[in-house]
Design a protein around this ligand. Structure first.
Ligand code: UDP
Length: 418
């Protein structure tokens, strides 16, 4: 038992009710939903505060028993670009504080903020409520700026400074990986004792191996299916997969009858990797007939895409973890990924998939052709992938987070009574 009754989770820029895989909704949304549900199962109620983006949203919506989403009025009732949100943070924070003020004092025992914008609101609430602030960055501006894709704009100085302020005001920082923990210390001067490493997970009851996926999706049984899943943006580099497919067909024209590149996800941010741009690229490279675009879909359907694929490809330039890589492996589909960030933990190189240095499409083409040409090795990788993914369950994430919460509360209590 954590001794906690209620946690205020803050997610300013994206709602846990949104469909992940497009716009600003991705792994962080999945993280917040999966963790909140498990917290509630463990007796800790969670209120998730997010910005209201349409008039039709109720002030409070129940996401699951014990988990509510509170829509905060801050700025216009429409989707806004993240760059516009700092000017609405004051309104967001004042509404957050008003909600607590309507309750008995001490309603929330702890605040967990996600992404730096939420950390700014959490920082103010922490001071007002006298409870600990636990913060998850999810991505770091300084790290992103070191790995920019062509056509991507650097993260602004305002975000870098905002992240720094959150580091200075949070009681605990949650990092997805040991590498992120080191980056918080080396790039943001975080106190190592302030940082806890808690790997995220995958829903291991939903993402399982199961036959019949190609039939259910209407895909030919003999196809060679390469899958990309996620928000279509330069950082995720879906163009590398399209270019690699073109190279594979140049090297082996006979593959054209069987090759299918499925891209599941929607546009996100601005930049050259928009779906229209990818389509244009596929046409220019003469592979439009093998590339298929699918809109973002719920995870139950997504599980069938993973199962139907021979290989999932994650060529991201930067990835703080990469939930897609774990979900795919949990479904028994090996992953070929860029050797960056959390993907180095999410994929066991040479066993559950292959990690590639850099983003040269020829390297991807070579590895993918090699794997497709060796069904025995691919089958062994598939088994290893399922085993590897078992190490990442949301139950473990929630249990570990509850420990971090308990430490933060204890440290705070000791500091107050000292
Ligand atoms: N996702 C989804 N439907 C889609 C595409 C993606 O539900 O059509 C989910 C996917 O299951 C994963 C998340 O979006 O949990 C993406 O997380 P990841 O860590 O791979 O990338 P991020 O969006 O955080 O950059």
């Amino acid at each position: 038992m954590s001794g906690l009754a209620r946690v205020a989770t803050i997610s300013v820029h994206t709602s846990p009710l949104e469909q992940p895989g497009t716009g600003d909704a991705g792994g962080m949304n999945v993280y917040i939903v999966e963790v909140a549900k498990r917290m509630a199962e463990r007796g800790v109620e969670v209120d998730v505060f997010t910005r209201a983006t349409t008039r039709s949203l109720p002030p409070v919506a129940e996401l699951a028993p014990g988990v509510s989403v509170r829509h905060v009025a801050a700025g216009p009732l429409e989707e806004l670009d993240k760059s516009e949100l700092p000017s609405h943070l004051c309104a967001f924070t004042s509404d957050l504080l008003r909600t607590e003020a309507a309750h008995e004092p001490g309603h929330y025992d702890l605040i967990h903020s996600h992404y730096w914008l939420s950390g700014q609101a959490g920082w103010a609430a922490r001071q007002r409520w006298g409870v600990p602030l636990v913060h998850s960055m999810h991505t770091l501006a300084k790290v992103k700026n070191l790995a920019l894709a062509a056509g991507d704009s650097p993260e602004p100085l305002g975000r870098v400074l905002g992240e720094q302020q959150v580091v200075e005001s949070a009681d605990r920082l949650v990092a997805n990986t040991a590498e992120e923990a080191r980056q918080l210390v080396s790039l943001y001067d975080a106190d190592p004792g302030q940082v806890a490493t808690v790997p995220p997970g995958a829903d291991l009851s939903r993402f399982t191996p199961r036959g019949g996926a190609r039939r259910r999706l209407g895909l030919p049984e003999n196809a060679a299916v390469l899958l990309f899943v996620g928000r279509i943006q330069p950082l995720k580099a879906p163009d590398v997969l399209v270019r690699a497919a073109a190279r594979m067909l140049e090297d082996d024209p006979g593959l054209r009858d069987r090759l299918l590149v499925a891209i599941v996800g929607g546009p996100s941010g601005s930049g050259r990797a928009k779906p229209e741009e990818l389509r244009r690229l596929a046409r220019r490279l003469g592979v439009a007939d093998v590339v298929r675009f699918e809109p973002p879909c719920p995870q139950d359907e997504l599980a069938d895409w993973y199962r139907a694929a021979d290989i999932t490809v994650v060529p991201s330039h930067s990835e703080s973890f990469g939930l897609v890589a774990v979900e795919s492996q949990a479904c028994g589909t090996p992953v070929v990924a860029a050797a960056v960030g959390g993907l180095r933990l999410a994929v066991r190189d040479g066993r559950s998939g292959v990690l590639i240095d850099g983003h040269d499409p020829s390297d991807y083409a070579r590895v993918l052709r090699g794997l497709l040409g060796g069904p025995g090795r691919l089958r062994a990788m598939s088994d290893a992938a399922v085993r590897h993914a078992r190490a990442f369950g949301w139950d473990e994430t929630a249990d570990r987070l509850l420990e971090v919460y308990a430490e933060a509360v204890e440290a705070r209590t000791m500091a107050v009574s000292a």
